[in-house]
Design a protein around this ligand. Sequence first.
Ligand code: TPP
Length: 636
Amino acid sequence: MTDNQADRTARYPRLEAINSPEDLKALPEKELKPLAEEIRSFLIEKVTEHGGHLSSNLGAVELTLAIHRVFSTPKDHLIFDVGHQSYTHKLITGRRDGFDTLRQSGGMSGFPKRTESEHDCFGTGHSSTSLSAALGFAEADRLSESDAYTVCVLGDGAYTGGMIHEALNNCRKRLKLIIVINENEMSISKNIGRFAKELSHLRSREGYLRTKHATSSILLKLPLIGKPLHRFLWRLKTAVKSALYGSNYFENLGLAYLGPVNGNDEESVERLLREAKKTGQCCVIHVKTQKGKGYAPAEVRPDLFHGMSPAGKQVPEGTSFSEEMGLLATSLAIKNEKICAITAAMETGTGLQRFRSFHPTRFFDVGIAEEHAVTFAAGLAANGYLPIVAVYSTFLQRAYDNISHDVALQNLPVIFCVDRAGLNASDGATHHGIFDVAFLSQIPNMRIFTPITRNGLKNSMIAALECGGPCAIRYPNGYEDPEVVEAFYGNALPCGIGVRNNYLNTPTDSPEELDAVVITYGRVVQEAMKAQRLWAEQGKKLGILLLEQLKPYGEVAEEILPMLPQKSCKVLFLEEEIRTGGMGMLLSEALKAYEIMDNKEIKLLATNESFAVQDRNESIYKTVGVDCDSIVKALI
Ligand SMILES: Cc1ncc(C[n+]2csc(CCOP(=O)(O)OP(=O)(O)O)c2C)c(N)n1
């Protein structure tokens, strides 16, 4: 046993003895509370060190223990919505050591992953998918006459997503499906909207199902009068219950509803789950938990500990792109009363807090509902307003048809502020923003801006507001790089947006001095600059063209022409996005129409053709093949 292991065994004796759900099932009841405490301490230690989701995991400890004591994965199927609360599940299913590599290159994912464990039957990361998937599992089990159960766990935030309600609409009573709704009154920030209110109003009916089950079986056994009497009592009970409690959404859909119970009390949850299992039918279990439980700072401000960075990560001084967007939108909206801002449950992440305080009537948090956010914006725009939809690149994916059919087809002036564009290292495949350029490029009428400085962001916002049609402004997570500002803008911060270069600094400089040109946009320009320095050491001159706008590609191509050498040379199109349908393909195509390109050798360097993996910030460019070395190699 290593010192490390010995230390862990001393501090987490119960947890160290749990290597599978069977070990948990064998644990005496009185050991569960101390085990939950050990799990919390372990999670706090590991997540504060490596980063990850903390508050949601601390809230879901007892709930997860109860599920694993009542059901048996992998035979039974357990699906976590978003999956950011699945750490206890990972601990119980033999992945304790994985917490030392959490969210790192080649390490354990922060989300459930089919390739990671047989206990992760379905991968998640984006919200509100769990119930549709669970329904698929349950129907498949019905078809194959399996007696396996499917349990899905979703938060009251996920419950605001339309897919959950589409799936509820399809739920059938006779499925071995348990839907656990974990209400903690929080999405990332405070949960809002009608669904959240309705959930919190649902009143306790503990024991109801047990009584109903027992009464039903007795009545139905009575000859002749059994069935009609059962029907009569059922109607009477529904009427009385409705009068007492108001109507219950789930019961109105024909599903059994149990709860709410304290989800941080393992015994209560376990009892409810066993009751639900006994019915053999589809049940909704409602639990209430405390987000951040057991860690005082997270109990007070669960939003601040929703997602944590690894210990020691330096946060640069200044204003992040998200904050800058929020500030710009707020000040532009003071002058222009038509500007509105919309977020899909990501107010803080997208920097819109100040907008909400200054312009509360023009701020809309629609819940985790990106499709709705976009079409809602289309409605506002069609009725004379100027909506800004601030959304992470990866979450915008699900609103593709809304952007195309509702916004672009009608050429409506909606501004998409596409945050976290590009690679987002440690969250992994589900969170990289590497598809937006490709999918937005296919949409007619759409303009795409790609600022990489705060000034560029401001100019893009102004241009977008003026253009009168749909625009996407995409920018990465984080802060502007002073070296990029220095190299491409010097002291003069230009108005307008366009193509910037860092090789025509004086009137006597000429593109003819260049040995090759890199055309790029976004944060990956930093890798091109490294390659430029490397080339300079060898006496070779690499020119970089930094694009602040991509689409319309024809306009951008025309702007580029005077900056290209007439002579024969290599031109490398570099992007941290997916290659197919991206800038490299489309802009090189547009440029090929000009004679100047006839003697150029075109190279494309982009994220290789797959879902990029999770990694450290420092190594992700190398992993996906768009780092400095790959650039140099491509130019040989
Ligand atoms: C489609 C989509 N939009 C946004 C997010 C970002 N996100 C991650 S967790 C979360 C809140 C989830 O709240 P809830 O389901 O109540 O779970 P809790 O964290 O409260 O346990 C959000 C908005 C996401 N994962 N997927």
